[in-house]
Unconditional design. Structure first.
Length: 405
């Protein structure tokens, strides 16, 4: 390619990026000018309450609010530093701290109610637990994205083991210099490939798996027997385990999911929202795998933005929330059109800021809960304050307002 042609391509790319930015800015300004209504939130800087026993939590990679509005999180104690575990070193080297159990349940006030998890009799605890879901029968589901995590687990709310679907390290094969693969890959009907998240449909008791960190699919199984009923890849295609294409602003969207496929959540009106994290998109399907539409999240190459979704708690679920760890924010969409109305958050460690916002959930009151991975290592609560006009396309930190201001 000649130097002149390189320059031409570069100018075209810059022009496209500028045009996209101007177009997005215009839409955002229009939404604010027209007084579009959106959910309003404030961070609760005192939630949850301090943990007992000098416990601390590591990278927090799952959150769910159950039918009683109890908030469940799951974290990885393995990510704590030696200085965060002085109380359990041998010999102890300080009065603080010790790892909290992997699964923690809080009430609305942030009081710890129950705690459990880890290796036990009759099941294989994930090498790296990932995602937590409490279904309509109060069963707690857990996935994993460790090297050999080709299974999911189901427990009662007090931590009693119920069932394991799939086997760890199931038929793991690899050639020299290649990434590990499962023999059945993304079309295996008995085992999984590092499940990121689980969502159980209360009407059918079908479990939707974002499968996930090794496989590239949505897998749907019977919530009681574990029998897989169907699975699909991007656009409803048969999954293909070929290396994923790198996100490219100028190229057509890839015909297969990248890794990880990070969420697969079902709305009240029967649509499945799938987070294709590295490809910066949400794909929407019917429960049978029929592709409906997709929403591309404007981002830069390498800036994976589609981490997790949650729905507003009005009956129509008018709004969709998207956790974006790369850009340290929560996007707020009008679900019917997938128009972005606003966003909030900023990078940092103070309340209302994010360092690796990973998972998101809502309770029946409309409150939002977020967890943070990497060195964020926490859960936050954002209190729903009703609907109001969009104050800004990017709201920043939602600090509580002071009475009289």
């Amino acid at each position: 390619m000649t130097r002149k042609r390189y320059v031409g391509v570069g100018i075209a790319l810059v022009t496209l990026i500028v045009a996209l930015g101007v177009g997005q800015a215009t839409l955002e300004k229009t939404a604010v000018a027209q007084g579009v209504q959106a959910p309003m939130f404030e961070v609760d800087p005192l939630w949850p309450k301090p943990l007992p026993n000098h416990w601390v939590i590591g990278s927090t990679i799952g959150v769910w609010a159950d039918n009683q509005d109890h908030v469940w999180i799951i974290h990885r104690a393995s990510t704590l530093s030696a200085g965060e575990q002085r109380l359990v070193s041998d010999p102890p080297s300080g009065e603080c701290c010790a790892p909290a159990p992997p699964v923690l349940e809080f009430d609305q006030d942030g009081t710890l109610l129950r705690h459990w998890g880890g290796p036990g009799e009759g099941y294989d605890w994930p090498q790296s637990n990932h995602g937590i879901f409490v279904d309509h029968m109060e069963n707690v589901w857990i996935g994993g994205n460790g090297g050999g995590d080709s299974h999911v687990l189901k427990f009662t709310q007090d931590g009693t083991f119920l069932k394991q679907f799939g086997l760890p390290n199931a038929r793991l094969v690899s050639a020299a210099g290649e990434d590990p693969r499962y023999e059945g890959g993304s079309n295996d009907t008995e085992n999984y490939g590092r499940v990121a998240k689980i969502f159980v449909d209360p009407a059918t008791n079908e479990a939707y798996l974002a499968d996930g960190y090794l496989n590239k699919r949505v897998a749907v199984l019977d919530g009681e027997t574990g029998v897989m009923k169907r699975h699909w890849g991007a656009y409803g295609n048969t999954p293909d385990d070929a290396p994923a294409a790198r996100y490219d602003l100028l190229a057509p969207p890839p015909q297969q999911f990248g890794t990880p496929v990070h969420c697969a959540d079902l709305s009240n009106d029967g649509l499945v929202y799938v987070c294709d994290r590295p490809q910066n998109r949400i794909q929407i399907f019917r429960p049978n795998g029929e592709f409906v539409s997709e929403k591309l999240i404007q981002s830069q190459p390498g800036w994976a933005s589609a981490w997790d979704v949650a729905f507003s708690q009005d009956p129509e679920q008018r709004f969709l929330y998207l956790a974006d760890a790369t850009n340290s924010k929560i996007h707020v969409f009008l679900r019917e059109t997938m128009e972005e109305l606003t966003s909030f958050g900023d990078g940092g460690r103070q309340p209302g800021q994010f360092y690796g916002v990973h998972s998101i959930a809502t309770d029946s009151q409309g409150n939002l809960y977020t967890t943070e991975t990497f060195e964020g290592k926490r859960v936050q609560k954002f209190v729903f304050k009703g609907l109001g006009p969009v104050p800004s396309p990017q709201q920043g930190v939602l600090w509580p307002t002071t009475s009289g201001q």
